[in-house]
Write a protein that binds this ligand. Structure first.
Ligand SMILES: NC(=O)c1ccc[n+]([C@@H]2O[C@H](COP(=O)([O-])OP(=O)(O)OC[C@H]3O[C@@H](n4cnc5c(N)ncnc54)[C@H](OP(=O)(O)O)[C@@H]3O)[C@@H](O)[C@H]2O)c1
Length: 275
């Protein structure tokens, strides 16, 4: 590990889908050495299998992992957060940093279930973190300083981009960039189906759709141009693209995507029942 995270020991509590993706990526990128990390899961058989895969200690003992760590990355489901916090609370001092990626769980809730005034940072990553192309929204709790935010940013910037937001926006980040890959896979799959419909082999159609989606996203990120302006640049008067756009408008693609993000955002606010 370098810089802000140098010599820090990390505990990944709940190394499931996203926790596992992050842990693998941190190890692969050399952000953390295998002997500086401890991970936990609920089931002992999964702990054994995961430990063999990653060559790093994985157990079911949250308390021991929290005791040994400087940074505790909480990756369990929102409904399990309280149980885990109660388990580790005697081990978590104000000298440690708790980073939670649980959707819907406010920093205040985490602070309330720990005994000391522990710095808490809430983060919302997405699955493309697994290939270093993730997007993570981050905010800090009442006892976290800039240095804690920087430590969390350093963690997630090894696996993609980060943005610091007010906590009130975290459900929106969840609905847009954490759920977003699923929405985009559906769009990508549909474009590939379309390619098949117009005669392309499926592998070629999928490549065309995926590389086009990546290219369009990179142009937005690299130029900073408004997507509408970029769309106009593709759309020749009386050409093919405008006919396709007409179909998209008739099919209400825009409003459907807006409603998908709104619904996902609303749901993100409901996952934790005992706020
Ligand atoms: N999936 C995403 O794209 C995504 C993105 C951003 C944030 N998140 C957030 O990440 C969290 C996990 O989501 P997920 O999709 O990764 O779920 P998941 O695959 O079900 O992972 C949850 C993990 O928690 C472990 N676990 C359950 N109870 C535990 C306990 N008491 N102590 C230690 N570990 C325990 C489970 O262990 P076993 O494997 O033994 O069952 C499992 O490995 C959620 O809060 C979600 O909101 C997810």
């Amino acid at each position: 590990m370098t810089g802000t995270l140098s010599q820090k020991r990390l505990a990944v509590l709940g190394a499931g889908k996203i926790g596992g993706i992050l842990l693998r990526a941190f190890l692969q990128k050399g952000l953390i050495a295998p002997n500086q990390v401890l991970a936990t899961v609920r089931h002992p058989d999964r702990a054994r299998a995961f430990s063999e895969q990653l060559h790093t200690p994985v157990s079911t003992d949250n308390r021991a992992a929290a005791r040994a760590a400087d940074i505790i990355l909480l990756c369990v489901k929102p409904q399990t957060v309280r149980e885990v916090l109660e388990e580790i609370r005697s081990e978590v001092t104000a000298a440690k940093l708790v980073v939670s990626i649980a959707a819907s769980v406010p920093t205040q809730y985490i602070e309330k279930h720990l005994s000391a005034k522990v710095p808490v940072v809430r983060a919302m990553p997405n699955t493309p973190c697994g290939i270093g192309c993730g997007m993570t929204g981050i905010c800090k709790g009442a006892y976290a300083e800039e240095s804690h935010l920087e430590a969390a940013r350093a963690l997630f910037e090894t696996v993609g981009r980060t943005v610091v937001v007010d906590e009130k926006h975290m459900d929106a980040v969840t609905g847009l960039s954490a759920s977003g890959p699923a929405f985009l896979y559906i769009i990508l799959e549909s474009l590939a189906e379309a390619g098949v419909k117009v005669g392309l082999p499926r592998d070629v159609a999928t490549l065309l759709a995926a590389q086009t989606m990546q290219g369009a996203a990179r142009v937005v990120l690299e130029t900073g141009d408004h997507p509408a302006l970029l769309k106009d640049g593709v759309t020749t008067p009386a050409g093919c693209t405008i006919d396709g756009i007409l179909e998209l408008e008739e099919g209400k693609l825009r409003v459907t995507l807006i409603k998908a993000v709104v619904k996902a955002t609303q749901r993100a606010g409901e996952l934790l029942f005992d706020k």
